[in-house]
Design a protein around this ligand. Structure first.
Ligand SMILES: [Zn+2]
Length: 131
């Protein structure tokens, strides 16, 4: 009688793993945080990365004019005070702006529409970098 007798037959090699195919265009890689995010989730989030708030471009400019076109928004709060002792968060005045921007060969170009707390509105056009 042998001490080490093979009583079971060896298991068959596992079947080849199924190759998972992911349809093209469902996922997008964030240019900022490099995360792979679901494209529909980015679209639902106004073309903003849900992981890092990076704004994806919404369109590409023609070759030679620049890179991309972006859409975004700005919320601002501020005021002016005569002395630092007068500064109070209760005195903040707010404004909101929606903007369309492009990364052009002349630098960033932004066109914005802003609404102040009193209902006043302004249009902004910015070309190039601000210093
Ligand atoms: Zn990101």
């Amino acid at each position: 009688m042998a001490w080490f007798k093979k009583e079971k037959t060896p298991k068959a090699a596992p079947a080849r793993e199924r190759k998972i195919t992911i349809p093209e265009g469902l996922w997008v890689k964030c240019d900022n945080c490099k995360e792979i995010v679901y494209k529909k989730e980015v679209a639902r989030n106004a073309n903003v990365c849900p992981k890092c708030n990076y704004h994806f471009r919404i369109a590409a400019l023609p070759a030679g004019l620049g890179k991309g076109v972006y859409v975004g928004g700005v919320v601002e709060g501020g005021n002016t005070w005569a002395t630092s002792a007068d500064i109070s968060l209760d005195d903040l005045r707010y404004s909101f702006a929606g903007l369309l921007g492009a990364d052009t060969i002349a630098g960033p170009v932004f066109f914005a529409y802003a609404v102040g707390e009193s209902g006043s509105t302004k249009l902004y056009l910015t070309v190039g970098r601000t210093f």
